[in-house]
Design a binder for this molecule. Structure first.
Ligand SMILES: [Fe+2]
Length: 229
């Protein structure tokens, strides 16, 4: 092959290579944009769920941030951390199907009302189950009220039968519930929340996750509470 043809092939190859790099950058940008839209959609949905629950404020946002902090410290192995975060944010989405009369009832719920309320994880899973990009979020939504000792709902899973992200969620949820102001009581300290979580290790909570949580310094938790208070 003459040298000039080889040169032509070389420059054609370089041109194609440069074109490919441009396409790759564009594809990456599109994927980032898509992820941002997903995230905005999930946050808007989570906000809509919370808007009905006047006292919880940014509960889902804080639980998601605490949950990611604990999950990372615990070495939570997941293909897609964003999907787990979406599950934390949308954990109570099934409450959209629960009537205001039950959701906002000031006194104790009757047995049948409690039963309806307890359907929210299954309803939630049905809602998010049809959305492909939410993937593993389903596990958190369905299993966020399970307990380590098997006394939770809806499936009465026990121990490691409960998906790990849902076990992490349980600790994060209790942490936020105790350390947030509610109309009927002031926020408790992190020290108090740590005592409650340590006391529930092995019954309500996965003892390993509770141990991981115990090692996260107050400053990390404070940073989340201050940013999302
Ligand atoms: Fe819930």
């Amino acid at each position: 092959m003459p040298v000039s043809e080889i040169e032509d092939l070389r420059s054609e190859l370089a041109r194609l290579h440069a074109q490919l790099a441009v396409h790759e950058r564009e594809a990456e940008r599109r994927e980032r944009d898509l992820r941002c839209s997903y995230e905005a959609t999930v946050r808007a949905l989570a906000g809509a769920v919370e808007a009905r629950d006047a006292y919880t404020g940014k509960h889902a946002e804080r639980v998601a941030a605490y949950g990611l902090e604990i999950g990372r410290a615990h070495g939570l192995d997941t293909d897609d951390e964003a999907q787990v975060e979406f599950g934390f944010l949308l954990h109570d989405i099934g409450k959209v199907a629960i009537s205001d009369a039950i959701l906002h009832k000031p006194g104790r719920l009757t047995a049948s009302e409690r039963e309806q309320m307890r359907r929210h994880p299954v309803i939630g899973e049905q809602i998010v189950g049809g959305i492909d990009f939410l993937g593993d979020a389903r596990q958190v939504v369905r299993s966020h009220h399970e307990r380590w000792d098997g006394a939770g709902y809806p499936d009465r899973l026990a121990g490691e039968e409960i998906p790990l992200p849902a076990r992490v969620f349980a600790v994060a949820d209790t942490l936020d519930a105790l350390t947030s102001d509610r109309p009927y009581r002031a926020a408790a300290s992190f020290a108090h929340a740590r005592e409650v979580i340590a006391a529930g290790a092995g019954t309500q909570f996965d003892p390993d996750v509770a141990r991981t949580f115990a090692e996260i310094p107050d400053e990390r938790l404070d940073a989340i509470r201050c940013a999302l208070g």
